[in-house]
Design a binder for this molecule. Structure first.
Ligand code: CO
Length: 281
């Protein structure tokens, strides 16, 4: 018999300034609570005047993955492994920093000139110790290559970044099993999401109100779910727009210092030394 997930707890977000000073909404509690995710930043939405948009100039990463998903606006990214490209609305950059990468994330030139609304997500996915020092890997997927799904009644829409929903599988390859789905449910719509039992699962709402069983998750809230095989998500009073996120519990110590996420303080010190010596990437 299938076990239904329910809402275990709600974590509110607060707005902080990140990178060169762009506003992000971020859950007030993170780390092991939302394993395997280390960080969940909703970037904006923010309206930039011409010439004002800012990003995160060159910075190192080691020991995890950064996943950037643009909804509005445009960014350009570049890294020490020679990858370079634009991120336009709907595009995803899945960067596995592994043993080390230097990363730059800036507003795209034309977007910087004209200004406009910038909105997207950056999520950090932790890696188990055995994968922390893997070779860096980079997957840059254009919006048109990200599978979309719609329910038969047309009330549920999904952009399938990782995992699967409504019979549609993602194309991005993940190191550990990750679900990352951008979903919209119209008022009166409902969706049953399969969630592998034993993996953590959560929803982040960034528009309207989403009902999980009897409880509701509002705009700017992260809802952590109990264990189970599936979860029933419903939009009752208004439309709901949200992310479904899932992955394994990584039961390992987290040593975190800025852009480095390892298991021990010694590994962090080594990352700092390698960065200073220019051997991180
Ligand atoms: Co970065």
């Amino acid at each position: 018999m299938s076990l239904q997930r329910s809402l275990k707890s709600i974590i509110p977000t607060h707005t902080v300034l990140e990178g060169g000073g762009f506003p992000v909404r971020r859950p007030t509690a993170m780390g092991s609570l939302m394993s395997p995710f280390l960080l969940l930043d909703e970037m904006g939405p923010v309206h930039w005047e011409p010439g004002q948009a800012i990003g995160a100039p060159a910075h190192p990463h080691r020991g995890f993955e950064t996943v950037t998903y643009m909804i509005q606006g445009a960014m350009q990214h570049e890294d020490s492994a020679g990858n370079k490209g634009d991120l336009n609305p709907g595009d995803v950059q899945w960067m596995t920093a592994g043993k080390g990468i230097i990363h730059s994330e800036l507003p795209q030139d034309d977007f910087l000139k004209t200004g406009g609304v910038s909105h997207g997500f950056q999520i950090w996915v932790n890696l188990p110790s055995k994968n922390k020092m893997m070779e860096p890997r980079y997957q840059d997927i254009e919006s048109t290559k990200i599978p979309k799904a719609t329910s038969p009644d047309g009330k549920v829409w999904a952009n399938v970044i990782a995992g699967s929903t409504l019979g549609v599988e993602a194309v991005i390859d993940t190191v550990i099993p990750i679900t990352y789905i951008h979903m919209k449910i119209q008022q009166g719509g409902t969706h049953t999401q399969y969630t592998e039992r034993g993996l953590n699962s959560m929803v982040y709402v960034f528009g309207g109100t989403l009902h999980v069983g009897e409880k509701s998750v509002h705009d700017g809230q992260l809802g952590l779910l109990t264990d189970g095989d599936e979860v029933v998500l419903t939009a009752i009073d208004e439309d709901a727009e949200f992310l479904i996120l899932g992955g394994p519990e990584i039961n390992e110590p987290i040593a975190r210092y800025g852009p480095f996420v390892m298991n021990t303080r010694q590994e962090i010190q080594q990352a700092l030394i390698d960065y200073q010596n220019g051997t991180l990437a």
